[in-house]
Design a protein around this ligand. Structure first.
Ligand code: SAH
Ligand code: SF4
Ligand code: F3S
Length: 482
């Protein structure tokens, strides 16, 4: 089923060369179809999961365009559908299976439709087995480690017209030289590292994304420079645990040094990063955040649970006291710091008293926002076999009680923005209207206000008139550039 490979530098070059060739072959095929039928070949990528997956989809998007596909936004218009899947919780997997059913129906009316499934779900052997058995109409399956091989695999499918499955167990080298079609011009995702070595007891990511490996600083810096030259104002540095950046490099460099180097790049106005693991946050990092003007005063710092017993069982390697100490030191250096978190409810063995500890943290920290999840059992992770799994009823009950505390606190915090002036980097129109713009404060609050396209990419001052739980509404009062 899976194809275990370790890449050498020569083979990376060979792969990229073969990909170029296959891209050209598919492009010629698409042009020919277009000439014969006068219909462009349309493709759509449906993305589930985190920013890592979103960015992978941007790379797939660039490959599709190179192959002569037109990207469309409706499944019904597509001749080629890719599902880029997430495995982090069972719900994410259910959504994919549901949508596969939709495509099966679509294929009945469009027999030439090609369906590819990739991403984190595919790194799990039991899922691939399921696809082989129950979803024969999936044409192409690949994983997170061989995304760069997509044109070769697709060409294989067009030649053989049978289900093609290639998933690699090991990640090999970091592959450079792949382009991405970024969804937004103003801000861009930049991978700084791949994989994760932390093995939190509940988490599937180390199994779907492989071992931690950092990109070379010069490759990152060059990518950011190029983005800046093309008008990008904000970069989001991506990794599962950015605070341990650099550990796999030959020449030592830590995350704080990397941030400082990115801070020096002309044209970039804002730098963000995610995700930060509390166990690896250093004082040097906090000081670097505070002293570099472009690094946003914003920290997404997942706590996961407030009880030390549960944190230990989760293999998180910090205590509640250590977590609170990081925030205390961070806020001493950056009093306006925006802080958000992730929380899991109902981890195996979580008692009512443990849950109360999580509630206590929520009350003590007063987060700007929090992502709250019900624990979901993931096959192959240590916690899946832990005793004392918490019942669904208890998980839901705890979620309800948590939100009863959390939501009013977030609302109250947002309400303090009324009549205040905030600095907003304007990203785009809002999703709902072409007259309303959206942007963010350095602390990552979403701000909406009336305005035209001339503001996009600029940093403006907005006076908040109507604060809501998820977004601040206001009026533009000044532009800080031109
Ligand atoms: N590397 C990041 C993100 C990991 S996935 C980090 O360490 O924070 C994003 C979030 O999903 C996690 O922070 C965690 O809160 C949640 N999560 C991961 N596995 C989960 C599971 N099995 N059940 C419920 N939530 C989970
Ligand atoms: Fe998962 Fe933990 Fe790694 Fe985050 S740090 S990806 S939660 S194993
Ligand atoms: Fe991300 Fe989901 Fe994979 S959270 S790393 S897409 S399992």
């Amino acid at each position: 089923m899976s194809n275990r490979k370790t890449l050498t530098i020569e083979s990376v070059e060979e792969i990229l060369e073969r990909n170029d060739l296959m891209t050209q072959t598919i492009r010629n095929r698409n042009i020919q179809i277009q000439n014969e039928t006068d219909a462009p070949q349309n493709a759509i990528i449906v993305t589930y999961g985190c920013q890592m997956n979103e960015h992978d989809s941007e790379k797939l998007d660039a490959m599709l365009v190179d192959m002569g596909y037109t990207i469309v936004s409706k499944l019904e218009d597509a001749d080629f559908v890719i599902f880029n899947t997430c495995a982090v919780r069972e719900n994410a997997e259910f959504k994919v299976y549901g949508n596969l059913g939709r495509i099966k129906k679509l294929k009945e009316t469009k027999p030439n439709l090609v369906l590819a499934v990739c991403g984190c779900m595919m790194q799990q052997p039991h899922i691939v087995e399921e696809i082989k058995k129950k979803y024969r109409y999936v044409d192409l399956v690949f994983g997170t480690h061989n995304l760069h091989n997509f044109p070769i695999l697709l060409n294989d499918y067009f030649e053989k017209h049978t289900q093609i499955i290639e998933v690699w167990d090991s990640q090999g080298d970091v592959i450079e030289g792949l382009h991405a079609n970024r969804k937004k011009d103003v801000k861009a995702f930049v991978n700084i590292m791949y994989g994760c070595d932390n093995f939190c007891a509940y988490c599937i990511v180390p199994y779907t994304r492989g071992r931690e490996r950092s990109r070379k600083p010069e490759d990152i810096i060059n990518e950011v420079r190029e983005l800046a030259q093309h008008g990008t104002k904000e970069v989001m540095l991506l990794g599962q645990n950015v605070n341990s950046y650099g550990k796999t490099l030959e020449a030592p460099m830590d995350f704080a040094d990397l941030l400082r180097a990115v801070n020096d790049i002309e044209g970039i106005d804002r730098i963000r990063f995610m995700t930060s693991h509390p166990k690896d946050i250093t004082q040097k990092l906090l000081e670097t955040m505070a002293s570099c003007d472009k690094i946003c005063n914003y920290l997404h710092l997942p706590i996961q649970a407030g009880s030390d017993t549960i944190l230990y069982k989760m293999n998180r390697k910090y205590t509640k006291a250590q977590y609170m100490d990081i925030l205390k030191r961070a806020k001493a250096l950056m009093p306006d710091l925006g802080v958000t978190t992730d929380i899991i409810l109902g981890f195996p063995g979580e008692t009512e008293a443990d849950f109360q500890e999580t509630l206590r943290v929520i009350k003590e920290v007063s987060y700007d926002s929090a992502f709250t999840y019900l624990y979901s059992k993931r096959t192959g992770t240590p916690a899946a076999t832990h005793e004392n799994q918490v019942s669904d009823a208890d998980k839901h009950d705890r979620m309800n009680r948590l939100l009863e505390v959390l939501n009013p606190m977030i609302e109250a915090k947002m309400a303090t923005f009324k009549d205040r002036l905030v600095e907003v980097l304007v990203e785009d129109y809002s999703k709902t209207s072409k007259e309303v713009l959206m942007g963010r404060t350095p602390q990552n609050h979403t701000v909406n206000f009336m305005g035209g396209p001339e503001w996009i990419g600029k940093t403006v001052t907005v006076k908040i008139t109507r604060p809501k739980r998820f977004s601040l509404y206001g009026e533009i009062v000044a532009s800080q550039e031109g």
